[in-house]
Design a protein around this ligand. Structure first.
Ligand SMILES: [Mg+2]
Length: 400
């Protein structure tokens, strides 16, 4: 199935944060938003993408040339603004597949595309729309469906306690004639979706995947916060790695400001860690913790206290479907100690215990520069956790 991305929209409402680029090029965690949309398509098996572009199309074209995506691209450029519908109609002339996925380039919706396509085909509808369940919302109109799953109405925007929103993600049969009667310029929403829904011709596919629309500054900020965790891991192509090194404080449990975690009572798992470890359990052959515990070297806490914490921590992790194969800790207070990160003593200890550990196939997740340096020194890939919500966002929004 080919995909059309509507990437011509200008970020009028985003002007306070980004200027002079199409909305889909607004930077999120250092890359254009569009990058994440493409990554998602790539991961879900899409091979060919038609980018529907308009004003400032050069910005997008330049980025695409510079980044080497393993997707085939076609640019469909509007000479004059054709509206959302006209843009789709023009882009359709470049599509080769029987069904086409149509997406908004300023929305990210983690829809299971294989399931969406299967549902679309079995519904026999000319057009299917992915619907995102939402609670307490007023920014979007509620979409009403009948008992067979067909869309019947789009309600006006107003506060809604429980409903479905149009996720801006569609699958359309390319041989249907819905668009051929329409002029060159039209609105997909007003001229296609509304009249067709009133005839119950659009199938609604419900998917509760992660959804974000960067059209307004607050959600744009939210994307910047949440995307780091969602994508740093998937960007790395986890399947290339078989060993995971984890830092402890600030990654698995919450830091105690100006203090050490001295007892199990003081140990607090960070949100999402237990769920994420359960996901990572399947992915990695070895999962070990490497942690500096200078509190012992300084005499602030004892080694038996540390061992008790680790015993309880591992039990909790196991209870939730995760595992830690071994925990390495360095109690030295001296920064030059060979076993204290960023020195690689603990990495070598792990390799001695598990001789098949290959550092080039290992990832280190840590929250400090010393963790990143440790990974570098040992020849591993590093992921730096920037917020205590890292795993929470990862577990909530992402499935491996
Ligand atoms: Mg740490």
């Amino acid at each position: 199935m080919d995909a059309i991305i509507l990437a011509g929209g200008l970020g009028t409402r985003l002007r306070s944060v980004v200027n002079d680029v199409p909305k889909c090029m607004a930077p999120v965690c250092g890359k254009p938003f569009l990058h994440y949309v493409l990554l998602h398509l790539q991961q879900q098996g899409i091979k060919r993408v038609v980018l529907s572009l308009g004003h400032l199309h050069e910005t997008v074209e330049k980025w695409m040339e510079q980044e080497k995506y393993s997707l085939d691209f076609v640019f469909s450029v509007e000479k004059t603004p054709l509206g959302t519908g006209g843009g789709i109609k023009l882009a359709l002339s470049h599509v080769n597949s029987k069904n086409v996925l149509i997406l908004n380039g300023d929305t990210f919706f983690n829809v299971n595309l294989a399931a969406f396509e299967a549902a679309h085909i079995s519904s026999n509808a000319a057009l299917s729309m992915a619907l995102k369940p939402m609670e307490d919302f007023d920014r979007y109109g509620n979409v009403i469906t009948d008992t067979n799953g067909f869309v019947t109405d789009f309600q006006e925007k107003r506060h809604c306690r429980n409903g479905y929103i149009n996720g801006g993600c569609y699958i359309m049969q390319t041989d249907n004639d819905w668009l051929s009667y329409l002029p060159e310029k039209f609105s997909f929403e007003t001229d296609v979706l509304e009249p067709r829904a009133s005839k119950k011709e659009i199938y609604g596919f419900i998917d509760n995947g992660y959804f974000i629309d960067i059209g307004i500054p607050s959600d744009y900020e939210k994307a910047n916060k949440e995307f780091q965790s969602c994508f740093t891991m998937s960007d790395l192509k986890l399947e290339q790695f078989d060993t995971l090194f984890l830092d402890r404080d600030g990654v698995i449990n919450r830091h105690r400001p100006n203090d050490y975690v001295k007892t199990w009572e003081e140990f607090e798992f960070l949100p999402g860690v237990l769920d994420t470890l359960a996901l990572l359990n399947k992915q990695f052959k070895h999962i070990v913790i490497v942690t500096n515990q200078r509190g012992i070297g300084k005499g602030v806490m004892s080694e038996p206290d540390l061992l008790e914490i680790h015993h309880n921590m591992r039990q909790e992790i196991q209870k939730h479907g995760g595992r830690i194969d071994k925990i390495y800790y360095c109690t030295a207070a001296d920064d030059t100690d060979f076993f204290r990160k960023p020195n690689i003593g603990m990495a070598l200890q792990a390799q001695k215990d598990f001789p098949d550990i290959d550092f080039s196939k290992s990832i280190m997740i840590g929250d400090s520069e010393s963790d990143v340096q440790f990974a570098k020194n040992a020849g591993m890939k590093a992921i730096k956790v920037e917020s205590s919500d890292f795993f929470h966002n990862f577990a909530k929004n992402f499935t491996l």
